[in-house]
Design a protein around this ligand. Structure first.
Ligand SMILES: Cc1cc2nc3c(=O)[nH]c(=O)nc-3n(C[C@H](O)[C@H](O)[C@H](O)COP(=O)(O)O)c2cc1C
Length: 207
């Protein structure tokens, strides 16, 4: 790893075609999973890679609850929308992504040159909620790409009863569920048909 604080590389590295395919063009959303296990080490490493991607004021508000098969998973499945239950029950690992509503408490550690930002967030709940949700959602995108970077398939789902999941798993009210992600190796017939993506003429403006 280059220490950018002390040396400036002449040119930043690019990701080759194989890497881009793994993260973007060949990667798909999995709807079935093979019984191949996913280890705790893999799940920890997925986070350890994703955590380096940027957030505003380095606030890092995303939190993750990992649920393996067994009693914990059985508590989650009924809170998923019906069409999401079978795949959530069968995935080797499930991550409940949540925003820490009190993320600002870490600001003195995460932003040591401006610790007083903690008090700004503490005094403004609207700003705290807006910033926390935005940045946790951003981190959720990074997290999906990190799953793919580890040779695994992700199945993100927003179809669930968030209030019920919060009551079941986060009863102290501090974490709030934003996305559930099935994680594993793809099983039989794992993908839906590839859907079209918007073209540049519909998405880009230039001045
Ligand atoms: C934030 C988010 C929420 C999603 N929620 C659901 C869901 O509740 N149920 C479902 O079956 N798929 C869900 N999906 C899957 C998307 O439909 C899928 O990722 C998209 O169509 C692209 O599919 P592809 O990666 O195979 O091209 C969700 C994806 C994202 C990113």
């Amino acid at each position: 790893m280059t220490d950018l604080a002390t040396s400036t590389p002449a040119q930043l590295a690019t990701l080759d075609a194989a890497g881009r395919a793994t993260l973007f063009t060949d990667a798909r959303t999995a709807n079935t999973f093979a019984p191949t296990p996913v280890s705790d080490a893999e799940l920890a490493e997925i986070w350890d890679l994703a955590k380096w991607a940027p957030t505003s004021a380095n606030t890092q508000p995303l939190r993750i609850l990992y649920l393996r098969t067994g009693p914990g998973r059985e508590r989650l499945v009924p809170h998923m929308n019906e069409g999401n239950r079978t795949k959530t029950a069968s995935a080797p690992a499930v991550a409940v992504l949540a925003v820490d509503t009190q993320f600002h408490e870490h600001i003195p550690t995460l932003l040591p040159f401006k610790p007083e930002l903690k008090d700004v967030f503490a005094a403004n709940e609207t700003m705290r909620t807006t910033s926390g949700t935005f940045n946790a959602t951003l981190q959720a995108g990074y997290y999906i790409l990190s799953v793919r970077a580890h040779g695994l398939a992700a199945g993100p789902m927003s179809g669930f009863d968030a209030a019920a999941i919060d009551a079941e798993f986060f009863p102290d009210g501090r974490w709030h569920a934003i996305l559930v992600i099935n994680i594993g190796h793809p099983g039989p017939n794992p993908w839906f048909e590839r859907l079209p993506r918007l073209h540049q003429q519909d998405t880009l403006r230039w001045t």
